[in-house]
Design a protein around this ligand. Structure first.
Ligand code: PEP
Length: 257
């Protein structure tokens, strides 16, 4: 049985950092991050800095992700980037981030098409799911998250190392209001692994890495890494400062033993 769930700490820089700023940040943190050998570190820069950041981490174990992609391989889609264009630079691609869903109208169906395209090109989707505040207050968290996972993965066959899921309650992203670790753990374990077990069987469900995201900081990161069903963190704001991102990664390293 596959039991290896190497923790992941992923930094989503969103639409922050100009090219020169991205270079400075990578130079400041790549050494200490690379010392955390028990953690898979992923940097997810904006597109203009993607290749440069990838080159700067080339001698390290740090991996690169893209923030978005289209589902087609090429064509008349001005402003879009296809998965095939990311091959060779990235291993991971974010898909279904709540900002893409809420600000750019990406439906579960669009997420499903993108995810399938990412897999088809040999890249690894980092699928984001999570309920908004109204859905949480209506007691619909499990239903919303289960549906997002099930629709995104509909019709796919996959091995666990080809997928990472991030549970990111929308109300916790960028708000400083993080989800209680035990509550996040139960969504990751009971809901997300539950759906994965129904779709792909228990063994795959147990082996897929599931991250928590939403106001993770150097101060609270460890409490998530200590949860049985949480395999790391997707970090936004705190990934923009070398000190905090290094501290979060070291917390993951410490828990990994
Ligand atoms: C995110 O961008 O996915 C995120 C979780 O942001 P933050 O850590 O700032 O809440």
């Amino acid at each position: 049985m596959l039991t290896s769930r190497t923790p992941i700490v992923a930094g989503n820089w969103k639409m922050h950092l100009a090219w020169r700023e991205a270079i400075d940040l990578v130079r400041a943190m790549r050494g200490p991050l690379n010392q955390c050998k028990k953690v898979e570190v992923i940097l997810i820069p904006p597109f203009p800095a993607l290749v440069t950041v990838a080159e700067l981490v080339q001698p390290t174990a740090i991996r690169i992700g893209a923030q978005n992609c289209h589902w087609e391989s090429k064509g008349a889609f001005t402003g879009e980037v296809s998965p095939s264009m990311l091959v060779g630079t990235c291993r991971y691609v974010l898909v279904g981030h709540s900002e893409r869903r809420s600000l750019f109208g990406e439906s579960d169906e669009v997420v499903r098409k993108k995810l399938a395209a990412i897999l088809q090109h040999g890249l690894v989707p980092l699928l984001c799911v999570g309920e908004n505040l109204a859905q949480r207050e209506e007691g619909r968290t499990s239903e919303v998250v289960a549906t997002q996972v099930a629709v995104a993965l509909d019709g796919l066959s996959l091995s666990p190392e080809r997928l990472v899921i991030a549970y990111e309650p929308v109300w916790a992203i960028g708000t400083g209001r993080a989800c209680a670790p035990a509550a996040a753990n139960s969504v990751c374990g009971l809901v997300i692994r539950g759906v994965l077990a129904e779709l792909f069987g228990e063994q795959t469900a147990a082996a897929v890495r599931i991250l928590y995201g939403g106001s993770v900081t150097a101060a609270n990161a460890r409490s998530y890494f200590e949860q049985a069903d949480i395999d790391g963190a997707l970090v936004g704001g705190a990934s923009l400062q070398a000190d905090s991102f290094i501290a979060i990664t070291r917390a993951a390293q410490a828990v990994a033993g």
